[in-house]
Design a protein around this ligand. Structure first.
Ligand SMILES: [Zn+2]
Length: 214
């Protein structure tokens, strides 16, 4: 499993020599290191390297044409963002204020600041995690620990605003998936691991989104 994971993600076994920045980060590094080494881990061991094994989800935005995250577009998973960082999710373009639906039943793990004055809602959907990113902070209507139902509106698409105050014309739901439920509360999803700067069980959500129910 471990070697397959590395192949799929196009990266080689990494060393985590850098000292942790804080306690939460330290907890995460321990977790991801174990995954990379392939040590027995009941949760990780049952997961798949891509998203195809995940049950059919509900598409998070009703009536979407599903083109904005296709291969070759800036919204695709793995699109190069900087010299060293690749896009960690799929961008589902939609107007600010568009309702976002939970793709499956689940439990809310995190709600907090994400990117350019937007927030994230991160949900454990039972064996996998979805990070619903770039949502309107004012629109979030769930809190940590809440149970959500498939199809329940959890937030709206947010307005990206740069540090200089510029409003992005194109708003979106930034959709990330992780192949295991977090075995440690508050284990960081974002970290310094190149090329995605994410936890090691990050997966490509494209196939799951393509197959999702309307
Ligand atoms: Zn994105």
């Amino acid at each position: 499993m471990s070697s397959i994971r590395r192949c799929i993600h196009g990266r080689t076994k990494k060393k985590t020599n850098n000292p942790p920045r804080d306690q939460a980060h330290s907890t995460h590094e321990t977790l991801s290191h174990r995954n990379e080494e392939g040590h027995p881990n009941e949760t990780i061991g049952k997961t798949k390297p891509d998203s195809t094994a995940i049950a059919k989800i509900l598409f998070p935005i009703a009536g979407h044409d599903r083109k904005s995250y296709k291969a070759g577009t800036p919204g695709e998973f793995g699109h190069r963002r900087t010299k060293v960082r690749k896009h960690a999710g799929c961008d589902i373009y939609a107007a600010a204020g568009t309702p976002i639906r939970a793709v499956e039943n689940g439990t809310v793990l995190f709600t907090h600041a994400f990117y350019y004055r937007t927030d994230e809602v991160t949900v454990d959907h039972g064996g996998y995690i979805v990070r619903y990113g770039e949502v309107d902070p004012e629109s979030i209507n769930v809190k940590i620990g809440d149970k959500v139902k498939r199809g329940q509106v959890i937030a709206n698409v947010g307005q990206l605003i740069t540090p200089s105050g510029e409003k992005y014309k194109q708003c979106m739901l930034h959709f990330e998936m992780y192949s295991s439920s977090t075995p440690i509360k508050n284990a960081m999803l974002t970290n310094d691991s190149k090329p995605y700067c994410r936890r090691s069980d990050l997966i490509n959500p494209t196939a799951t989104l393509d197959a999702a129910d309307d």
